[in-house]
Design a protein around this ligand. Structure first.
Ligand SMILES: Cc1ncc(COP(=O)(O)O)c(C=O)c1O
Length: 410
């Protein structure tokens, strides 16, 4: 059977994720990977989760091994509402404002299916989170791209771009997608001023904001900045949270926090996708939150990430300064972003990186317009401190070898 001839146009157009391909070769022995944005498995509270899982299966099997509602486990929702009140100061949320999804990735997919048609317009940053771009692309929208600076998305440029849209285009403009804290891939955080500016623009041009925040609780330095949701409320903001970076990505639990009119629409779409999110992992997460202070437990993990980040920053100073590189100094999250001189191509350079057994993610993967050749994403969460030091040295050697081979001497 030639299945290829039967493929949908949509499936024909989907290419494999470059990150997935790259991560495959990084599993070879001796490799140091700055590639994956995945938590350190040693930080998972496995003893606690194992104990709860046993109890939840043995004693709560009528719920945990059964289908659940599309909206999600009411117990988990109740716990999460308490958490949002404590952590973010969000008051007045009810069960109807929450939808439990299979990771935030599903939330992005549901948002795309619910709000986007071919030709709809969405604004996002350059670079942008690849998973969101993939989810949105399924609906074939037009992307309005906005550069990032140290203070996050340059809302002043967004404003200019919105002003230049015709009224017909503004009708098709649906939302701005933003990762406000410790951006994936850029590591930067949207300033309070820009959060407020974004909300003003949302009012003025009548759009909503998708605030994707997997990393907000992963701050290891500096002051917490209130969420856009907290500043602007649910009339303009759809907030996405996930357990992936604060507890475990294997649970595959994400949450949409939004106006109930949005939630009810997402629920209708989700019914046709998977009926419901897994009852078992939802109940495990609910009982975990009931028993433990999730954020207090995270403190140790954050200390580990901060130390690793410091080691990486020191190594960058030592090995990358004189090559003309700039990089972000994250105050939380998992990533730093390196900008090399224009004549570097980090995808091309990866061939040399492979010889030196070091992996980064080429920045062009995060640019919907195909730019960003001289940029790269590096993650410090998974390798050990020793590996980070050694990995940066390997990067330096790869850069020198690449320069010798490729970059014309000036
Ligand atoms: C910005 C952002 N959004 C969403 C996700 C998806 O997370 P999950 O589906 O594991 O909740 C990630 C994962 O790395 C991410 O970085």
């Amino acid at each position: 059977m030639n299945y290829k001839s039967k493929l949908s146009k949509l499936a024909e157009g989907i290419t494999s994720s470059i990150i997935r391909e790259l991560l495959k070769f990084a599993s070879e022995p001796g490799f140091i990977s700055f590639g994956g944005g995945v938590p350190d498995p040693e930080t998972f509270p496995r003893k606690e989760l194992a104990e709860i899982a046993k109890e939840v299966i043995e004693k709560e099997y009528r719920f945990s091994l059964q289908y659940g509602t599309t909206e999600g486990d009411p117990l988990l929702k109740a716990q999460y509402i308490r958490y949002l009140e404590r952590w973010e100061g969000l008051k007045g949320l009810t069960e109807n404002n929450l939808l439990i999804t299979v990771g935030s990735q599903q939330a992005l997919d549901l948002i795309a299916r619910t709000f986007l048609d071919e030709g709809s317009i969405v604004a996002l940053s350059l670079p942008a989170y690849l998973g969101a771009v993939s989810a949105f692309k399924m609906r074939n929208p037009r992307f309005l791209t906005v550069p990032l600076s140290e203070d996050g998305m340059e809302t002043e440029i967004l404003e200019k771009k919105l002003e230049s849209l015709s009224s017909e285009e503004l009708q098709r403009f649906k939302f701005v997608y933003t990762v406000p804290n410790f951006h994936n891939p850029a590591g930067v955080t949207l300033s309070l001023e820009r959060r407020k500016h974004l909300l003003e623009l949302a009012e003025r041009f009548d759009f909503f904001i998708v605030e994707d925040d997997p990393y907000g609780a992963l701050r290891f330095e500096g002051e917490h900045v209130p969420s856009i949701f907290k500043l602007g409320g649910m009339d303009r903001v759809v907030l996405l949270n996930t357990f992936s970076k604060v507890l475990s990505p294997g649970l595959r639990i994400g949450l949409v926090i939004a106006h109930e009119s949005v939630i009810s629409r997402l629920v209708r779409v989700k019914q046709g996708v998977d009926l419901c999110s897994p009852s078992l992992t939802q109940r495990i997460a609910a009982r975990y939150m009931e028993r433990y202070d999730m954020l207090a437990k995270l403190k140790e993990t954050l200390e580990i990430y901060r130390e690793k980040k410091d080691v990486m920053m020191k190594a960058f100073e030592r090995h990358l300064s004189d090559i003309g590189a700039r990089w972000t100094r994250p105050k939380g999250g998992l990533f730093s972003w390196i900008v090399l001189p224009e004549d570097f191509d980090t995808l091309e350079m990866l061939e040399i990186g492979k010889e030196h057994k070091i992996l980064w993610i080429p920045g062009s993967a995060f640019h919907v317009d195909g730019s960003g050749q001289n940029t790269m994403r590096v993650s410090y969460c998974l390798p050990s401190k020793e590996e980070i030091g050694e990995g940066v040295e390997r990067m330096r050697r790869a850069m020198e070898a690449y320069k010798k081979a490729k970059v014309p001497s000036r």
